[in-house]
Design a binder for this molecule. Sequence first.
Ligand SMILES: [Zn+2]
Ligand SMILES: [Zn+2]
Length: 92
Amino acid sequence: MRRPNGFISTVDPATERPVTYDTVRCVHCGRHDAVLPGSKRIRKFCANCGGTTCTSPACVVGCVPAERRLENLEHGRPELVARPVQVRGAGR
Ligand SMILES: [Zn+2]
Ligand SMILES: [Zn+2]
């Protein structure tokens, strides 16, 4: 990991020794995700957002930036809609 966004310290349950993992902030959901050494989990670099996503399938597929998600939630739209469709005369 060349540019981690932070790190977490925890205790490895196998060895009971403290370990530190780099973390990256997902550009799509804003979650900090630990980079586990040797992990083969799918992670994506989103060229649109200029950053790395977490391993959540919703974040790996497509591009719905964290800001857009919040906006969607605020407006009562499905969270993962990248470009909300304007609905006229919906009554709200
Ligand atoms: Zn994410
Ligand atoms: Zn993106």
